[in-house]
Design a protein around this ligand. Structure first.
Ligand code: DGP
Length: 137
């Protein structure tokens, strides 16, 4: 995979406002925050999208994510937040190294804005889709 800005941050070649680090995970403030405390949690494993991540890195990220969420909320005094994880440029991914956004939602004018164009699941299509996804696991 080509190197990314997050690879450089992991190696300490460019600075970041670090909030957490262990053998497999790094968390730091986003330089273009949607709200104060907007934090990025990344595996040190260099893969572009979540589906490519090893079980070991996924477990390491999953283990610390709730703890980092609690710390962000405590430090910013917020109780609501969004966890965002973009995969692919059409899904708004700009940096092609897996990352989770923790985005505090203090009020309507800060944080993540969501346009949620919900459809309605057709029962027979749903049964077919669920079966195909389950078979692909
Ligand atoms: P995404 O669209 O999900 O790929 O979000 C990438 C995020 O990375 C975006 O919110 C801005 C942030 N970002 C980009 N470059 C840097 C950087 O050099 N340092 C930090 N801390 N964040 C960065």
């Amino acid at each position: 995979m080509p190197d990314t800005i997050f690879g450089k941050i992991i190696r300490g070649e460019i600075p970041c406002h670090k909030v957490y680090e262990d053998d497999r995970v790094l968390a730091f403030l986003d330089v273009f925050p949607l709200s104060p405390g907007h934090t990025l949690v990344i595996p040190k494993e260099a893969v572009a999208t979540l589906d490519q991540l090893s079980d070991e890195s996924a477990a390491a990220v999953g283990r610390v994510l709730p703890r980092i969420c609690r710390a962000v909320m405590k430090a910013t005094g917020t109780t609501a937040y969004n966890l965002l994880q973009n995969n692919g440029s059409s899904a708004h991914q700009a940096v092609f190294h897996v990352h989770f956004h923790i985005i505090p939602k203090a009020d309507e004018s800060h944080g993540l804005g969501i346009i949620w164009k919900a459809g309605k699941l057709d029962p027979s299509q749903g049964a077919n889709l669920a079966q195909r996804i389950a078979s692909a696991l």
